[in-house]
Design a protein around this ligand. Sequence first.
Ligand code: PGA
Length: 252
Amino acid sequence: MTKRRPLIAGNWKMHLDVASAAALAREVANKVSRARHCDIAVMPPHPLIPAVARVLDGSPIGYGAQDISAEEEGAFTGEVSARMLLSLGCTYAIVGHSERREYHLESDVLVHAKTVMALKAGLIPVVCVGEKLAERKAEKTLHRIRTQVETALKGLDDSVGRVVLAYEPIWAIGTGLTATPAQAEEVHEFIRGVVDSMYGAQVAEKIRILYGGSVKPDNASALMSEKDVDGALVGGASLTAESFAGIVNYGD
Ligand code: PGA
């Protein structure tokens, strides 16, 4: 079985400014640069990426964007292209975060187009999927997840192995409610099965599936001990270097 290298990624959402983002990046670098057991990345808001890049370039910590346009270039006011992100040194782009889906009406089909664009450009898409509380209560979680994963990953070429998936139950994001390790594992295992049915066992074993939703230093280790949990996408707790480092060092 392939041993998947964990990825711990911080989603800074719409927080900070140039100075505070650079300071946070510096503190994160000081605290976690020696970690060798996992890949580490931060996702600042687009305008703050250059300041963060200046701090992190040359360090083992990667960075990326929180969103990407599905279009290559052109008259798309407010959009940010894959090429722009690459020219800033980004490695990753979050795609289909639930806040984009909910507040910006991003559909499964748009999330697929963004995934294709990220892969084509050479970025690693971190594709988010997750169910609402009402869907979980109605026992529609796995159905919803299957649709999201199948649509996002439809018809990809060999680059599919570079995709990172993130299971983020919407009811757990920013609420302090975390999925139990068993709840997370059930969905992660299911997602790996969906990938297997689409692209075969080799791809399914390789693809990393992160968990996101109120990950904190005190629950990271239990979540990470599940066999199909390959890392974390961290919102609130990535905004201080101390708590982010506490998650990165989940094994200590
Ligand atoms: P949270 O956010 O850790 O604050 O719940 C996670 C996310 O939205 O990626």
